[in-house]
Design a protein around this ligand. Structure first.
Ligand SMILES: [Zn+2]
Length: 164
């Protein structure tokens, strides 16, 4: 963890709340892309609004980050996410050449509905199998961000079990 990580994670947390509120039913997940100490892009999940299963906060942010950067690859950038990225977003980060993924709440901090796979931690898998130049850091402001989500053991109504 770097000293600036908490600063950027707080920005991501506040962006999630500003855009989506703090009710877990609205899945307030936010991501932030930072390069050389400057914010390149930020976003929240838009799966429901856009009827798009790929519109996770990280993907939304990588898309606008690529536009802002003028290149699909944003090498050296750090992607911050208020919740541990799923496999799709982890691989999207690899395609984008991101150097670091920093997340707040991890899969043990939240309800299992946020993660499609039960046994495999994609982040560990990617770190071990393919990428030795992608740094993964979890737990930055984990408790504050976990407050935004359903917790392990929560009774979550079926209609709120959107998986993002
Ligand atoms: Zn995702």
């Amino acid at each position: 963890m770097r000293h600036e990580d908490e600063h950027w994670m707080r920005q991501a947390h506040d962006h999630a709340v500003a855009e989506k509120g703090s009710d877990p039913a609205n899945t307030p997940i936010a991501a932030l892309l930072v390069l050389d100490g400057k914010e390149v892009a930020r976003g929240v999940n838009r799966t429901e609004e856009c009827c798009d299963a790929t519109a996770h906060a990280e993907i939304v942010t990588l898309r606008s980050g690529g536009q802002a950067h003028g290149d699909m690859r944003i090498e050296g950038a750090t992607l911050y996410s208020t919740l541990q990225p799923c496999g799709m977003c982890t691989f999207a980060s690899i395609w984008a050449g991101v150097s670091r993924i920093v997340y707040a709440a991890g899969r043990d901090d939240v309800h299992e509905m946020y993660f499609e796979d039960r046994h495999l931690s994609t982040l560990d898998y990617v770190a071990d199998a393919y990428k030795d130049d992608l740094e993964l850091v979890g737990g930055v402001l984990a408790q504050e961000c976990a407050q935004l989500y359903f917790r392990p053991g929560d009774e979550v109504p079926e209609e709120d079990q959107a998986n993002e």
